[in-house]
Design a protein. Structure first.
Length: 344
C-alpha cells in the first residue's frame, strides 16, 4: 500500500512547477493627465477600470481604459473642499475620507455621495481607510487626538462608524503618528489588520479580531524625526510581509527604510540596507508570484524586486504616490495630477 501511494505522490511533485520570478529591467507607464488634483488613493476594479479620490474634493473613475474620465466634486456646506487621501470599496459602495479638520467620511453610491461620519478636533488627521475581506468590517486610521491612534470601525459595511476609545488601544508615543502618503500604511487579511507608524517611532499595530484587541511591536525602520518612518505595508499572506518608507524630507537616503517579516509582524529584518530603493511611499506584492515579485513607488521613481524584497532594481524614474495591481501583468498608479497604467 505504501508503494502504491508513493508513485502518484512522486509524480505530483515532479509535475508541480515552481514559479520563476520575472527579470524586469525597465517599465513603461501610460500616463493620463488629471488636472487640478493630487491623487494618493486609488481602488482598481479591472484592467479597464480604476477609481480615485483626490485633493480637490474629487472622486473620479474610468471604466474604458482611460478614454473617458468622470468625477464627482464634493463640497461640505458649499465652502469646505475635502482633501481626500483615503479610498475604500466594500464590494458595492466606495468610501472617501478626508484629512485635516473636520474629518469627513463620505459614501459614494450610484453617482451620489452621503456624509457618513464627521469628526472635529484641532489634531484630527486621518491617513488611510480600507475594508476587511468580508466587506462588512472596515477600518480607518488617523493621527492621535489623545494618547492613542485614531481608529474608526464599522461592522455594517460602512453604514455607521465608531471611534475606538483609547482604553482599547496601545498607548502611542509622543510625536508618533501615521502617514497619509498612499492609503497603504494599513493592510487587512481575513480578520487581521496591520497598521504602520512613523515619526518618533516606527511600529506596527496589529489586531486579529477586526480591530477589537491590539498589540504593538517595534521595527528597525529609521525613526525619531517627523518625516521618518514606515509609509507603506503589505502582506502576501498572514506570515510574510514587507514595510517601506524612509525620510520624506531626504528622499535620496536608503538607510533602514525596508524590512520584511516571516512571522506575521512579530519581528522584522532590514533588507537592502544602504541600497536602493530610497524613500518610497508605497509597496505592493505582485499577485500570483508567490511573494517574490514586489513593486515600490514614490517621488523618486519605481523599483522592482524579484526575490521577496532582498534586492531591487530601479525600473522607472516616473514619480507616483501609489500602485495597485489588477493581476500579475497590470497595475494602476496615481500621482500629482495624473493616473498611470502599467502593463508588464
Amino acid at each position: 500500500m505504501k508503494k502504491l501511494f508513493l508513485v502518484p505522490f512522486l509524480f505530483f511533485l515532479a509535475c508541480k512547477q515552481v514559479y520563476k520570478p520575472r527579470n524586469i529591467e525597465n517599465v513603461t507607464i501610460k500616463e493620463f493627465k488629471i488636472d487640478s488634483t493630487s491623487i494618493r488613493a486609488i481602488k482598481v476594479k479591472d484592467t479597464n477600470s480604476v477609481f480615485y479620490a483626490g485633493s480637490n474634493g474629487d472622486v473620479g473613475f474610468t471604466t474604458n481604459n482611460g478614454a473617458i474620465w468622470n468625477a464627482l466634486n464634493i463640497r461640505y456646506k458649499d465652502s469646505i473642499i475635502p482633501h481626500f487621501r483615503s479610498l475604500a470599496f466594500n464590494g458595492k459602495d466606495y468610501f472617501a475620507l478626508s484629512i485635516a479638520n473636520p474629518a469627513l467620511l463620505y459614501k459614494i453610491s450610484d453617482g451620489k455621495f452621503t456624509l457618513q461620519y464627521k469628526e472635529e478636533h484641532p489634531k484630527v488627521f486621518y491617513d488611510a481607510l480600507t475594508f476587511f475581506d468580508d466587506n462588512l468590517h472596515g477600518i480607518a486610521v488617523g493621527d492621535p487626538t489623545e494618547n492613542c491612534a485614531s481608529i474608526l470601525l464599522t461592522s455594517n459595511a460602512g453604514n455607521t462608524w465608531q471611534k475606538l476609545p483609547c482604553k482599547n488601544l496601545p498607548e502611542i508615543a509622543k510625536e508618533e503618528a501615521f502617514f497619509a502618503a498612499s492609503n497603504t500604511n494599513i493592510k487587512t487579511i481575513g480578520k487581521t489588520v496591520w497598521i504602520a507608524s512613523g515619526g518618533s517611532k516606527a511600529r506596527i499595530l496589529k489586531s486579529t479580531d477586526f480591530g477589537k484587541n491590539w498589540t504593538i511591536t517595534q521595527t528597525p525602520i529609521i525613526q525619531g524625526d517627523g518625516p521618518q518612518g514606515i509609509y507603506s505595508i503589505d502582506f502576501v499572506d498572514e506570515n510574510n510581509g514587507i514595510i517601506i518608507g524612509g525620510n520624506y524630507a531626504k528622499p535620496l537616503e536608503n538607510r533602514a527604510n525596508k524590512a520584511i517579516t516571516t512571522d506575521g509582524g512579530k519581528t522584522w529584518q532590514l533588507v537592502a540596507d544602504n541600497q536602493n530603493p530610497n524613500y518610497k511611499s508605497c509597496v505592493q506584492y505582485v499577485p500570483n508570484t508567490n511573494g517574490k515579485e514586489i513593486f515600490a513607488v514614490g517621488k523618486t521613481g519605481v523599483s522592482f524586486s524579484n526575490d521577496g524584497g532582498k534586492t531591487w532594481k530601479d525600473v522607472s524614474k516616473d514619480s507616483y504616490y501609489t500602485i495597485q495591481f489588477v493581476d500579475k501583468n497590470t497595475a494602476w498608479l496615481s500621482g500629482h495630477q495624473k493616473i498611470g497604467l502599467l502593463k508588464l
